[in-house]
Design a protein. Sequence first.
Length: 243
Amino acid sequence: MANNLTDFHGCEEILKKGEVEGVLYLSKQSKRAMILKKMAQVKEIPVKNISIEEMDKMASDGHRGYLLKVKNKQSRAKREVVTLESFLETFDKDNGMVVILDGITDPHNYGAILRSCDQFSSDLVIIPSRRTASETPVVTRVSAGAVNYVDVAVVTNISRVIKQLKNIGFWIYGADMGGTSCQELDLKGRVAIVMGSEGSGMHQKVKESCDGIVSIPTTGNVDSLNVSVAAGILMYEVKRQQS
């Protein structure tokens, strides 16, 4: 099977790899398209010029005039497949940050969260195997290529995972408007932040499994922050305290 990449950074990272088997399709002659074309030619990857109409059919989620079709196993630039078990067995840092996504289904939010996870060097992202956004061209594009670098573990039971993280010294904080301000909590050491779904928040069992509830102090008029924005702010605060 093949995977279609339509974001510049994702395509760029893949083309930096030693050996790539695929095809680069171009429907525009933009600056970025030409950069990708030169990189593909260096790797001796076929470059095909197609019409915008053809590109629209190939990239149903949108495009910028270029599409790199590669085999699924080559669609990640740096990241290896990670499991929760391997993380639990090998994690040896005094300070750590894990981000748990409890039902984030919007691909734009998921991609934006992964981008923040890369920028703030999260040690692991944990997502459920069901009712969650997965890696798609939209996620890859919104993450600006960060999807290629952030370790993601897929699990079947978030509540059980929280217990396992506690067993190796993690403190678990669920994000919710009614919690303690992130500025008042001690977020040093091993910390996991749980972000609930865009509509209903964390599942009740997950919320009850947390050591505490964390919030972001705001002064606006609307109900709450977008989940990806909130995740980025909380990650920043964790890293600020841990540095």
